[in-house]
Design a protein around this ligand. Sequence first.
Ligand code: SF4
Length: 292
Amino acid sequence: MLYFTYKEFLAQIFPEWKRVRKLPLNGGMSCPNLDGSRGKGGCSYCNNKSFSPVWDKAGVGVQEQIAEYLPRIRRKYKDAGILAYFQPYTNTYAPVDRLREIYEPAFASEEVIGVAIGTRPDTVPNDVMELLAYENSRKKVILELGLQTASDKTLERVGRGHTVADFTDAVKRAHEAELTVTSHVILGLPGETMEDFERTAQTIKDSGVSAVKIHPLHIVRGTRMAEEFERGEFGLLSFEDYCSAVARFIRIVGNSVAIERFSGEAQNETLIAPDWSGDRNKIVARVEELLR
Ligand code: SF4
């Protein structure tokens, strides 16, 4: 096989379901990198509006969101298992009792077969890990930890507010709690080269995460990075360079790490560049050609 797909990974962990669909939910949490507890400006590329369909649902209860979005998925995928996905912002950023309340409608729903929780690696303290371990005994929990890059220098430059060591520590503790862990990376952050992408791939492989989502860097409106880009402070990868980086990344992580996706996501009015990232089929075809 060219690479281990996320679909195959889901089939392994949910063997009774032929198809699994993610249901994005907004848990109404903020982010410590936005509210001042770790940083105020957030990551320099961050605009949640650009990547989550539920970015503006913070005031809507989780139960209500499930009731609103589930029928839409069901119209298209009648028999799919539903993986609830707490997506925008930092979905472990609240006291444990509050988190339990926020997650409960997803864990209690008969339609939901598992719960994916997207968060920062420095925002999963041990008491939250214990809660997730308990919830994992009810339904499969997939903890999605954003790494973005294995370069502390780049993490600092883009204002992530955490280190690579925070990531490896969180993955280790999550594995000790018997959670399934996946990650997100960005290829093409300012100043990075193939060597950085290779180091990031090696870190992902060494961490033992089960899957990784690879994004090209998107420049979106309303971010500090958009201003830096417009001032010409860095350049973006070309289509060909991005595909080469993805192919190299996949070769390094090998077939033990599933590839959730590697095409672009920010395809709405917020996107400034690159102009090729919306062409999913072209990206997939070229990466697969390179892998072959
Ligand atoms: S951690 Fe996530 S939500 Fe917080 S500022 Fe960075 S990208 Fe945005």
